[in-house]
Ligand binder design. Structure first.
Ligand code: TYD
Ligand code: MG
Length: 439
């Protein structure tokens, strides 16, 4: 093999691994069954000839997880559950195995913790121990050996980073092991109509060895979001072959594990009765539901190179909004550090948050406290124009439902009438919107 220092694909140095294939590769491949999701056809067909079947769903016992999955687990489909260590992946999957075990055969394969540790956790979670079946094993071939006899319908792998296959000499957690073990699990799932949940840790630095390498292989990718200091946990479907992506589920981490949060909007609003400068409320839409979140900014005189730090919003987007503020609002921010944070550890990726982010920065810069019972939304273009956003009626409706009194947003067209009890103010441009804040 030729020496390769730098990966031509990702540009990283010394990231190559030599893979030694052993003779047992073929023998160790995932056992196959007689059921195939892909129908096994190699003929060219007209779509009219293809039989369309309703997707079967197995509820997970968790309404919030089912929502993120698009209704439940799908036989033959593989779900990746990713997130930082300690965020709740094992807790959630153990709760799921417990709920599912009432109806179908499930196995929780643990590579991170011993069976005794899993039992202790289940006890802490107040789960019935008898129905939960656990396998403490990290060797892929041994796992296949056992589950091909046991024939479970649902298999949880916690976590993919602990698995290794005899076919490869590299260490567990290496890119090769992670990718190849997952590929074998996916083949197994498809061939046998088994639903497989793969837990994967996201590595903070390069996510290269982490579950990211699996995203394109699996059917559904769910990531945990949340802050270390907060009990709120959000799961978000980043990709879903069997449902809408970006759908979220909201939990709170309690002493008894993850509990669904029925009315998440209230959760993210912290003390909005009395906001200080730099705080605004943004009516977000996550998946199909509205969620009121608090965005805060702190603008502070810089001691060197101005810093732009954001948590929960995109850094590029923030840079663009600062340029818009400079050009269209005349805000001189070059001498200031700008920090933007979304309270509660949730990420807001919608451009609809632009106006709220700018308002928060403006509020901190000028020291003007914005009305606490007001929400703002609108996408902002480079020319300073405020663009219409999706779901304006849903956002306004949620704000109204939670007792907010006024809304500032872009032009709403004729579709929305002024509602009783809610003051609607629209602005075509960002400077006009800021004028409304000044008033
Ligand atoms: P865990 O599910 O082990 O995280 P992961 O598998 O993603 O690494 O979650 C561990 C954290 O959750 C740990 O900090 C303790 C906390 N926790 C609770 O607060 N309540 C509980 O009932 C459990 C089981 C864990
Ligand atoms: Mg874990």
């Amino acid at each position: 093999m030729q020496w390769q220092g730098r990966c031509p694909a990702c540009g990283n140095w010394n990231s190559f691994e030599e893979i030694a294939l052993s003779k047992t590769v073929q023998a160790s491949r995932a056992p196959s069954g007689n059921r195939s999701l892909t129908q096994g056809s190699t003929a060219i067909l007209s779509l009219a000839e293809v039989k369309v079947e309703d997707t079967v769903r197995w509820p997970t016992g968790s309404v919030e997880l089912d929502r993120a999955l698009g209704g439940g687990l799908v036989p033959g489909a593989v779900v990746l559950i990713g997130g930082d260590p300690g965020i709740g992946k094992s807790t959630l999957t153990l709760q799921v195995v417990s709920a599912i075990a009432e109806q179908r055969r499930a196995v929780y394969v643990t590579g991170e913790e011993s069976a005794a540790q899993v039992a202790a956790r289940a006890q802490r979670l107040d789960l019935a121990l008898a129905p939960i079946r656990v396998l403490a094993e990290t060797n892929l071939e041994a796992i296949f050996d056992l589950i091909s006899k046991d024939r479970p319908q649902v298999v949880v792998i916690d976590s993919i980073q602990t698995l290794y296959s005899d076919a490869y000499s590299s260490a567990p957690g290496s890119v090769v092991q992670v990718r190849e073990c997952a590929a074998d699990l996916i083949r197994y799932a498809k061939a046998n109509g088994v639903s497989v949940l793969i837990v994967g840790h996201v590595t903070k630095e390069g996510t290269i060895a982490g579950p990211r390498v699996l995203e394109h292989l699996v059917d559904t990718v769910i990531y945990f979001e949340g802050e270390a200091g907060s009990s709120i946990r959000i799961i978000r479907a980043l990709k879903n072959r069997f449902g809408a992506s970006n759908e979220i589920g909201v939990f709170s981490m309690t002493e008894n594990g993850l509990r669904a949060v029925a009315n998440p909007s209230v959760l993210f609003l912290h003390n909005t009765q009395s906001l200080s400068a730099g705080n605004v409320v943004f009516p977000a839409i996550e998946g199909s539901r509205p969620l009121l979140v608090q965005i805060q900014a702190l603008v502070d005189r810089t001691a060197g190179n101005p810093r732009r730090v954001c948590n929960g919003v995109d850094a590029q987007r923030l840079a663009m909004l600062l340029a818009v503020m400079n050009r269209h609002l005349g805000s001189q921010l070059s001498g200031f550090d700008v920090f933007v944070n979304v309270v509660g550890g949730i990420s807001v990726d919608e451009p609809a948050a632009d106006l709220a982010i700018i308002a928060a920065i403006w509020s901190s810069l000028t020291g003007r406290v914005l009305p606490s019972q007001q929400v703002l939304f609108g996408e902002i273009g480079l020319g300073g124009e405020i663009r219409p956003v999706v779901g304006a009626a849903i956002r306004i409706g949620e704000a109204e439902k939670l007792g907010f009194e006024s809304v500032i947003c872009g032009d709403l067209g004729k579709t929305l009438r002024t509602r009783a009890g809610l003051k609607l103010q629209t602005a075509a441009r960002v400077d006009a919107a800021i004028e409304l804040l000044r008033a």
